[in-house]
Design a protein around this ligand. Structure first.
Ligand code: URP
Ligand code: ZN
Ligand code: ZN
Ligand code: ZN
Length: 467
């Protein structure tokens, strides 16, 4: 069935213009004033922004981590994402040791199958490469249409790779035209600081932050930058939190290195004092890298504004407070790392960024959708409103006011780090490939209708060069 979105203000990363949008077979087929088509369903967008659907480049749904599993799976996670205006997610597929990479990817396909309400792709995480997985890596990337490899320099006891593995990943990615995403913190030194704090008898959540200083994020960021540069690879630094890391990224980009950076809503809006709340409340704010003292926020906003950082990921990695977070009640180092942000990523950035005059609507669209599409090889199928693109569209009311609360959110967790915050602007309706997933703030999507998106290698890195 054809649809026409009428009367809205279309906002892309480049422009804002008044136009109707004709959608047919899941694609945008016409843009213009006063479009008419007898058979089409009319969607009235008067007074609303019409934007490309959000692309969340950083989610962990149904992921085993820290001796437990994240609380949002592909059902609750993608429904919550859709409510929040996100139409595509890129989730991290974990691999481990000797296991064949193809088996790990199959496992991830099974997690999403029949559940995802929105489109999705995978990044392939590698821990340490064995001689077998080293051979398999390029094959699986080509076969699965995966343009991004993830390596952790942190989590010494779980995911951390050696510098050698990191370097090999850069080499392999370079040859294929893939991007390497790196969690930049010095995991070995953090592990030592954590043991020191535990020996000294510290148990409280704030020690999570105190044992992961910003210098260790800056140091690892610099190391990743230089290793990527020697290998000639494209580096994407995930969840940048602090001045130290931002400065390294800016310095590298000024030298012409292919380095991109992501930050996340909490680093822009919350600070380290959240972990120091009395009782065990601080555990709600434990994720890595940790929240930083407030002055870092200006460095992140400025870097976004200057396009030195390009994207906003949710880093959705949810653990209920009364449930899984309690694993660390008597030991800060056992608090599962992660928070619930898949739903409010879009609203927080709009409200704190656009509504408060920090960024323009075009910059917003770029950060929430277009840049991620370019860096990860989804553009122009996704990430913009243009003829021929998928009709992944958010109809957004810029005047709406909404209070964030765990009582009303759709994520499968019992708390929201933004509890009680009033945000300006709200997605009203959300379409994925021309089909409603959210209609007038109600979920009307179909679980399992989300499509796995294969992405072309080579184009990812070259599109990224254009931003
Ligand atoms: O604490 C976090 N961020 N949990 C998810 C894993 C990661 O480091 O991205
Ligand atoms: Zn990480
Ligand atoms: Zn103490
Ligand atoms: Zn993450």
């Amino acid at each position: 069935m054809k649809k026409i979105i009428k009367g809205g203000r279309v906002a892309t990363a480049a422009d804002v213009f008044e136009a109707d949008i004709l959608i047919e077979n899941g694609k945008i087929v016409q843009l213009g004033k006063n479009l008419s088509d007898a058979g089409a369903e009319i969607i009235d967008a008067t007074g609303k922004f019409v934007m490309p659907g959000g692309i969340d480049p950083h989610t962990h749904l149904d992921m085993p981590f820290n001796n437990t599993v994240t609380d949002d799976d592909w059902k609750s996670g993608t429904i919550a994402a859709a409510f929040g205006g996100t139409t595509t997610i890129l989730d991290f597929c974990l691999t481990a040791g000797e296991e064949k990479l193809s088996a790990a990817v199959e496992k991830w396909h099974d997690k999403a199958k029949g559940k995802s309400a929105i489109d999705y792709g995978f990044h392939l995480m590698i821990g340490d490469l064995t001689p077998e997985t080293e051979v398999e890596l390029p094959q699986i990337l080509e076969q699965e249409g995966i343009t991004s490899v993830k390596v952790f320099m942190a989590y010494a006891k779980e995911f951390q790779a050696t510098d050698r593995t990191l370097f090999k990943a850069f080499k392999i990615a370079k040859d294929l035209g893939a991007v390497v995403m790196v969690h930049c913190e010095n995991g070995s030194v953090i592990d030592e600081l954590v043991e020191e704090a535990r020996r000294a008898g510290h148990k409280e959540p704030i020690y999570h932050a105190l044992t992961r200083p910003a210098e260790l994020e800056g140091e690892a960021t610099k190391r990743a930058i230089e290793l990527a540069h020697i290998a000639g690879a494209t580096l994407y630094v995930v969840h940048v939190t602090c001045k130290e890391a931002v400065d390294e990224i800016i310095a590298a980009r000024e030298k012409g290195y292919d380095v991109y950076g992501e930050t996340c809503p909490p680093y822009l809006t919350l600070d380290q004092s959240a972990l120091a709340q009395p009782g065990f409340e601080g555990a709600k704010y434990v994720w890595s890298p940790p929240l930083r003292p407030k002055y870092h926020q200006d460095h992140l906003w400025n870097a976004l504004k200057a396009k030195q950082l390009q994207t906003i990921g949710s880093d959705q990695c949810s653990f209920s407070f009364k449930g899984k977070k309690q694993l660390g009640l008597n030991d800060f180092s056992k608090i599962p790392n992660g928070g619930p942000f898949i739903e409010d990523r879009f609203s927080i950035l709009y409200s704190e960024g656009v509504a408060k005059g920090k960024i323009s609507i075009n910059e917003f669209v770029d950060m929430i959708s277009t840049s991620a599409a370019k860096i990860f090889g989804l553009f122009p199928q996704k990430g913009t409103i243009a003829i021929g693109s998928d009709a992944d569209i958010v109809i957004f009311d810029p005047e709406a006011k909404r209070e964030i609360s765990a009582k009303t959110h759709h994520m499968n967790v019992d708390y929201n780090p933004y509890e009680g915050w009033e945000v300006t602007g709200e997605p009203v309706s959300v379409l994925v490939r021309g089909e409603y997933v959210i209609k007038n703030k109600e979920f009307v999507g179909v679980l399992g209708s989300g499509k796995y998106i294969k992405r072309p290698l080579k184009t990812a890195a070259t599109e990224a060069l254009n931003i």
